[in-house]
Design a protein. Sequence first.
Length: 220
Amino acid sequence: MVQAQISLEWLLEGFKYDLESTTRPKTVKYYCGEISHFLWWADATGVPSDIRLLTKHHIQAFFHYLATTHIGNGSAREPAAVERLRWPYYRALRQFFGWAVKEGYLQNNPMDNIVVKRPQPAPIEPYRPEHINRILKVLDYDWQTSKTQRQKMLAVRNRAIFLLFLESGIRLEELAGLQLEDIDLQRQRVTIRLGKMGKSRLGRPPPQTPSPLPLNSKVP
């Protein structure tokens, strides 16, 4: 008796339905988009559409295709760029084939002996001097156009928050979680109670941190 074909396209629909019940729409779109690209490549190159006929060789051929084919802007791929390109497909396909094994459509996962290293994150581009100057000009303008004492206090506060974030190395989430009692103006330090990995630490603006007030300004 000939077994019915278990097509990749049909399985992707089931995988999508399961994802929709457990993950965010953005995650569903991410996984299904990468897997759909693999399915397009498989169809274009004559790879069997029955998931039981897929092998490690087919997956490796797909990764070779990613490394040697220009996708997007057609620029040449450096090794680091190739790693970044392969990684999302590797993650998505591991999830997909792992799900197929769990659901009983496959006995063995063709991804089991394929390893793709997680790429190093790209360095974060710091603020440029012109960006900082523009933000400071906006903050100074808020001060200059303030008409009430409350508005002036808020303008001073906002400038101090920006300078603390800019020069102390504090993370944005940590900055947003600060309370008044965490700020010690006498000793010029900030207590970060819930930092990375739930750890607490002390933060201190560098000595060159300028005053939170614009030059020649006084709070009435």
